[in-house]
Design a protein around this ligand. Structure first.
Ligand code: CP
Length: 325
């Protein structure tokens, strides 16, 4: 008969085994030096091509916990983790014990007990991470929360812009559309400003933050897209996020009238500088925020953003794992 090994007290084990635990909840969690390291590392991964990659994330187990739909963010995190040797655990919220009212904290602790080291979380609530980041035993990555933040989208957008423009310092970037409901806009406004870009927002007045809020983010607004585009190096169109509007909103308007009044039409884009590039984080609603044919325009970087998302998310998970060179 074999004797069971004495069980180490839980507190002692947790102290001894606790890894370097970082979270990425918004771009504010990154020092300027971290941002530069992530941009450089994403460029290195992009330069590697499609061959076998060193398994720098071997030993990591990455759960994707999405309470809202996603194509780009969820799949690129899963692919990025797999390409660097991590195990992935796509977590099905609707078939989990969250449906039996288990809390998200208890769910994350349960995943951590199974060996999950990182959780990529998307949630409708701005406050979803409040209290979680201090308590969970795994690293959290914000894959988009409410109207608050989407840090990896901002990082991949900056990486995409740098790839085309060479530098962001002194560049003019226009963000147009539903700014006030957009977590992409908020994270981008913070990061692009830190990288030296001049950011101008425009859109229907009721979909713009107040001037005071914009000032805090170092941005300004323009009265129209035509005005904003005059000196633009890049224009980023954002979807109208109807799922985050009040049901009885007076903001509802037909797709056609939105496009003609506020969207990026062929005519408006033709009046921008001839080297002005076009971005959109996706998903795109063609012929609403931009003319359908602009998606495939030679200066559209929309699919380049998707490609770059993979490399940036590789770098982000290396940063979280403490193995980013
Ligand atoms: N840009 C973005 O977050 O896309 P998904 O909703 O498809 O992840």
């Amino acid at each position: 008969m074999t004797m069971l090994q004495p069980v180490e007290p839980r507190e002692v084990a947790a102290t001894r085994l606790a890894p370097l635990r970082r979270h990425l909840l918004d771009v504010d969690d990154l020092e300027d030096a971290d941002v530069l390291r992530l941009l450089r590392r994403a460029a290195e991964w992009k330069g590697q091509g499609a061959g076998a990659l060193p398994p720098t994330l071997r030993g990591q187990v990455v759960a994707t916990v999405f309470f809202e739909p996603s194509t780009r963010t969820r799949l690129s995190f899963e692919l990025a983790a797999q390409r660097l040797g991590a195990l992935t655990m796509p977590f099905d919220v609707g078939r989990s014990s969250l449906e039996k009212l288990e809390t998200l904290y208890d769910t994350l602790q349960t995943l951590a007990a199974m060996g999950v080291t990182m959780a990529v979380v998307r949630h409708r609530d701005n406050d979803v991470f409040a209290g979680l980041s201090q308590r969970t035993e795994l690293s959290l990555i914000n894959a988009g929360n409410g109207t608050e933040a989407h840090p990896t989208q901002a990082l991949l957008d900056a990486f995409t812009l740098l790839g085309r423009l060479g530098r962001l310092d002194g560049r003019t970037i226009v963000i147009t559309g539903d700014i006030v409901h957009s977590r992409v806009a908020r994270s981008n406004l913070k990061l692009l400003g830190r990288l030296g870009a001049r950011v101008i927002v425009c859109g229907p007045r009721e979909l713009l933050p107040s001037d005071a809020a914009l000032r805090l983010l170092g941005a300004t607004s323009a009265p129209s897209l035509e005005d904003a585009l005059v000196d633009a190096d890049a224009v980023m169109c954002l979807r109208i996020q109807r799922e985050r509007h009040a049901e009885t909103s007076s903001r509802e308007s037909s797709a056609q009238s939105y496009l003609s009044m506020y969207g990026l039409t062929l005519e408006r884009f033709a009046r921008a500088r001839p080297d002005c590039v076009l971005l959109h984080p996706g998903p795109v609603n063609r012929d609403v925020e931009l003319a359908a044919s602009l998606v495939e325009h030679p200066r559209s970087l929309i699919l380049e953003q998707v490609r770059n998302g993979l490399y940036m998310r590789m770098a982000v998970m290396e940063w979280l794992a403490g193995v980013l060179p």
